[in-house]
Design a protein around this ligand. Structure first.
Ligand SMILES: [Zn+2]
Length: 373
């Protein structure tokens, strides 16, 4: 039995668990045991508060019902995109329970402590996940995104649309997600649209080689005690929880907000959230030094490198080596803008996002008016 398992898993591809980190770039490497061909998957660490605030701001604007519907779709699309990184899967029925255990164990390392207990009934295809203090939902009291995520994963794995429901009672103390074929169909993700692009490794290449100032790796900031990992595995940056996720996650949120015609809410909410965060995590007083803190933060959390350059009477800000995203950079540019607004008191505007030459790689750049560097 054990040998069959290893042989079958060798043909499959499951992301991780080995982390490589260097300034500007964090990747998880496929475990050789699970994959015949090694792939690198890019990761960013994102502040939990930004996502939770966005959820709560949306509830204020649209009410619970519409917000839950929107975030269920986000979760399901994220789950589908996550699974599609492994390509086409043909897992025999007897291995489904083991596979689910592996997947949810991996997700637990990303703050999903709501998936602590996994109960799967192979006959009825019912899946029950329970735990507590689940990432995001412990701050929004809604597990619609987590339910969508579970539905996306299970549906992809079983090749059958299976919906899920968030049944958190007294969240964050008790989180509960139930997925079963009996739940009325609500949303089917577009697998084709969410599929990982073939050039994934080409457009997410090796770290930028040249020596950049104020660039740090994730492990540098662990060493400097700016990043902390708790006994329960929760990671924080100066006391603010950060959650490892794929860069696609944040822009899948954008595209779902766009399809609900409420992209502006996302832009404003994200910008305000990172502005507030900046006031908590930037400890230096001078603008120039605060900017150095931003460079260090972005590089350590895997967003690439922020560089300033003068051209004529303007100052430009480039984001180099940021993770490629086929969904665009709307979330990311607002995320960055909030930090910049805090540092430069709104004296700049996002000019454009452009592709560089023949490559698919993209630069995000801001025109910062008369900002001095
Ligand atoms: Zn919960």
């Amino acid at each position: 039995m054990k040998n069959i398992r290893i042989t079958i898993f060798k043909k499959l591809f499951f992301p991780k668990t080995v982390l490589i980190d260097s300034p500007g770039l964090i990747t998880s490497k496929t475990n050789k045991r699970f994959s015949s061909k090694e792939k690198h998957k890019r990761i960013i660490f994102d502040f939990e508060d930004v996502i939770a605030d966005l959820y709560n701001d949306t509830v204020r604007a649209f009410g619970h019902k519409k917000t839950e519907e929107l975030w269920y779709k986000v979760g399901k699309d994220v789950g589908t995109a996550y699974m599609s990184f492994s390509g086409k899967l043909n897992i025999p029925a007897f291995l489904i329970p083991t596979t689910l255990n592996i997947i949810f164990d991996i997700l637990k390392t990303s703050g999903a402590s709501g998936f602590d207990e996994i109960k799967y009934n192979a006959k009825t295809r019912n899946l029950i996940l329970s735990g507590s203090d689940n990432g995001y939902c412990r701050k929004t009291q809604s597990s619609s995104m987590a339910a969508g995520l579970v539905s996306g994963i299970l549906s992809y794995l079983l090749k059958q649309n299976i919906e899920a429901e968030g049944k958190c009672k007294d969240c964050p103390k008790q989180c509960l997600i139930i997925a079963k074929p009996k739940i009325k169909p609500t949303y089917v993700s577009n697998t084709k649209k969410l599929r990982t692009i073939l050039e994934y490794n080409k457009v997410n290449p090796a770290p930028v080689k040249k020596q950049l100032t104020n660039s740090n790796s994730f492990s540098d900031l662990l060493k400097f005690k700016k990043i902390h990992i708790s006994d329960r595995g929760k990671v924080s940056y100066l006391g603010n929880i950060i959650i490892p996720t794929s860069p696609e996650f944040i822009e899948i949120i954008s595209y779902n907000y766009d399809s609900f015609s409420c992209k502006e809410i996302l832009g404003d909410s994200v910008k305000n959230a990172t502005f507030r965060l900046a006031s908590k995590v930037f400890l230096q007083k001078e603008k120039v030094k605060k900017f150095c803190e931003l460079q260090s933060l972005f590089s350590a959390l895997g967003f690439g490198h922020i560089l300033m350059r003068k051209a004529g009477k303007f100052t430009y800000l480039d984001l180099l080596g940021q993770p490629f995203n086929k969904y665009g950079y709307y979330f990311l540019s607002n995320y960055l803008e909030g930090f910049l607004e805090f540092i430069y008191e709104k004296n700049f505007q996002l000019k454009k996002i452009r592709n560089k030459g023949q490559q698919i790689r993209t630069f995000v750049y801001f025109e910062c008016g008369s900002v001095n560097i």
